[in-house]
Design a protein around this ligand. Sequence first.
Ligand code: SF4
Ligand code: SF4
Length: 416
Amino acid sequence: MPKVKNWQLNREMDYPYEGAYPDRQFAFVFNINRCIACQTCTMACKSTWTFSKGQEQMWWANVETKPYGGYPQFWDAKILKLLEEANPGKQNWKKRNGKYTFEGKTIFEAIKRRLLPNSSRVLGYLPEDHEWNSPNIYEDNPKGKLGKVNEIDKEGVELPTHKTWFFYLARICNHCSYPACLAACPREAIYKRPEDGIVLIDQEKCRGYRKCVEACPYKKAMYRGNTRITEKCVGCYPRVEGTDPESDGTPMETRCMAACIGQMRMQGLVKMNNDGTWTKDRSNPLYYMVHVEKVALPLYSQFGTSPNGYYIPPRWVPRKYLKQMFGPGVDQAIENYMNPSRELLAVLQLFRRSNRIIFSYEFEKGPKIYEGNIRDKPVNIYNDTVIAYGKDGTELFRTTIEEPIHERSKKYANSI
Ligand code: SF4
Ligand code: SF4
């Protein structure tokens, strides 16, 4: 099996194909601290792509309540259990020379330990129909005392970790750099677009074997019973490539991103090197958040698919749970998010000011507007400006740290 570089694991790993990387890669950052589970994103996707007969149980974009929620049910607990069974007690990260390396087995490596037909290139499982039935099951169910269901912890709500907690995990296909769906397809019906890394299923070639449904650890490939073909999130590619009539030739963010009420989503197209790493591009806001400030972390990178979805972890959730989900960088990410640099605070203002994809930004310093203490630490806040640029370098918008106040005139006091 070929070896590929997986920078998220800080090591090489096995993958059934040689690495092949797009010029630019579809990627996104979701700030969990801001998600209110309004499901506007979910419905924006549903009404665009999955409103037809046979797609009733398909939610290419969904938001689930952790720890109990999942679509399909318990998808992450199930794949973690399979990995643990394949490599008991060794699914760990180790720090060497200041960098963490994943020393456990990915889904591509763990499969070799099991007696399965040759067609199984990836460790996975096929959910049963009932597991797809209730995308919102356990919505808003908190986790309380260990081992006690539905009991709220009386110790309550102290930071950094609430004793009773839950959080919302918004999910779409990660358009992985090493897609498990693509690796598993015996008909080679799945491909990754060289221009943007969006992963698509060729509807003509697919015969509905569901090997991709079994293999995708995030369970984002979904079988459609009435056509007997599998479908998945298409990354709203007409918008991303600028051919959607609304986009006027300019790359636009996907429907789920553009609709986000909580302003927790940002999408980008990051430049790639020919070994699967990101090209240094400090002025790209995604590169800045992932590689410079390290506030956004990949979802379950230990699976090995090199997902291109990154999350700013929630501040109030037990760290052990977060580290399992987002890896060992969680402490640093939360620390940097809670005590942001001037530039990070400015970049966080870029979310959802426009539905055009931001290719680069500029940061301009402004005057001090606040001096005080937050959580016993001295803070100074400045009214800095951040300017967003599109693909061809034109300015998309600019925004300041301090939101301007507009006073409604008496004439319109009673109107919207
Ligand atoms: S998230 Fe799943 S469906 Fe999407 S590219 Fe990765 S493996 Fe394929
Ligand atoms: S629209 Fe935004 S805030 Fe609402 S559920 Fe989706 S991700 Fe969360």
